[in-house]
Design a protein around this ligand. Structure first.
Ligand code: 5GP
Ligand code: ZN
Length: 113
């Protein structure tokens, strides 16, 4: 999709800090991190949200999710982590290419209370 910023990131038209890539998925650092190490995991095919994802695409994403979480854990040493997806504007979705947030947590110091 030509006007999708995440498709442009996959194509390399918009720079990103890559965390992981294979034939099906791409993971990169969030540009406005909610905490240190905030990472996004996306399918390479443009799907707006969870409702448009096929089971196979979901499986491809979740098959690498533990590896990505482990890499974040080892690199940033958080004390916990939230995995999150916002589906729909009313749920806080601002980029309409499916993405799974990995938000490392640092206890009292991470500002979430
Ligand atoms: P949403 O609000 O849709 O769940 O999350 C979108 C996320 O994408 C936000 O956390 C936002 O900071 C991130 N984001 C938006 N534009 C860019 C960009 O151009 N590059 C990167 N790396 N992240 C982006
Ligand atoms: Zn897209």
């Amino acid at each position: 999709m030509t006007d999708c910023i995440f498709c442009k990131i996959i194509e390399g038209e918009i720079p990103s800090v890559k965390v992981y890539e294979d034939d099906h998925v791409y993971a990169f650092m969030d540009i406005m991190p909610l905490s240190k190490g905030h990472t996004l995991l996306i399918p390479k095919s443009h799907k707006a949200n969870i409702y448009e994802l096929s089971s196979e695409e979901a499986a491809n994403l979740f098959s690498v999710a533990p590896k990505i979480a482990q890499a974040i854990k080892e690199t940033f040493e958080p004390v916990g982590m939230n995995l999150l997806n916002n589906a729909g504007e009313q749920a806080g979705q601002s980029v309409f290419h499916f993405h799974l947030h990995f938000i490392p947590r640092y206890g009292e110091t991470d500002g979430f209370g």
